[in-house]
Design a protein around this ligand. Structure first.
Ligand code: PGA
Length: 248
């Protein structure tokens, strides 16, 4: 994986309560000393203060699972990039498939969110990935190229890309290391075409979709796999630490 620093991100989705988040941080923080990988967790918005308190002074960062494209305004239920930054976030997830599918977020909205993140100094983790039907129909490359093409111009240099095949998320049906590497290599070639070879070589491409301690090492062996976006397995501090530890 060239000289890219591995990045392991935990997406807690709509799980955990404040006391559980605090307990998680108490377990995780001491396990991070000397780890090679950069670590970030994405808790639900109400948990951000507990996570900020629990991870302060540790090498781990935290981010928002979503953000509104505008900086403030009459948008009930939404959270702005300014509010995330105010909560100590340095990252934001953009375009997770559960946002794209549950909330009907189109590519243009994902791009607007990436721009909003950049305005507030938040590094976006931009998620792309095909559904099972799209893969079966032979449309994987077209879907990935479209999703990446929509956001690449908006992405700040610090962004990371996450390849998350929708059929692998929460299903236990992890992509094989070969399938993941093939998609990551495709995405890096697309990045090179869109942003130039230098940025393509510097951008971390994470794999997400049923990553577990048991399969992380073989997935990490892919030359273009630069880390993970972990859902279910990131809720267990020991399992999450074990995945981080794959990188030494
Ligand atoms: P999973 O989720 O690890 O539970 O499959 C990954 C994700 O949605 O980011």
């Amino acid at each position: 994986m060239a000289d890219r620093r591995p990045l392991v991100a935990g997406n807690w989705k709509m799980h955990l309560l404040t006391a559980e988040a605090a307990a998680f941080c108490r377990r995780l923080a001491p396990a991070l000393a000397g780890r090679a990988a950069e670590v970030v967790v994405f808790p639900s918005f109400p948990l951000l203060p507990a996570v900020a308190a629990g991870l302060a002074g540790s090498p781990a960062a935290w981010g928002g699972q979503d953000l509104h494209p505008e900086d403030a305004g009459a948008h009930t239920g939404d959270v702005s990039g300014a509010q995330l930054a105010d909560a100590g976030c340095t990252w934001a997830l953009c375009g997770h498939s559960e946002r794209r599918h549950d909330h009907g977020e189109p590519d243009e909205l994902v791009a607007a969110k990436v721009r909003a993140a950049a305005r507030h100094g938040l590094a976006p983790v931009v998620c792309v990935g095909e559904t099972r039907d799209e893969r079966r129909a032979g449309a994987t490359w077209e879907v990935l190229a479209r999703q990446l093409g929509a956001v690449a111009g908006a992405a700040p240099p610090a962004f990371a890309l996450a390849y998350e095949p929708v059929w692998a998320i929460g299903t236990g049906d992890t992509a094989t290391p070969e399938t993941a590497q093939e998609a990551h290599a495709f995405l890096r070639r697309e990045l090179a075409a869109l942003l130039g070879a230098e940025r393509a070589a510097a951008t971390r491409i994470l794999y997400g979709g049923s990553v577990k301690p048991a399969n992380a090492a073989e997935l990490a062996a892919g030359a273009d796999v630069d880390g993970f976006l972990v859902g279910g397995a990131s809720l267990d501090p020991q399992g999450f630490s074990d995945i981080i530890g794959v990188y030494g």
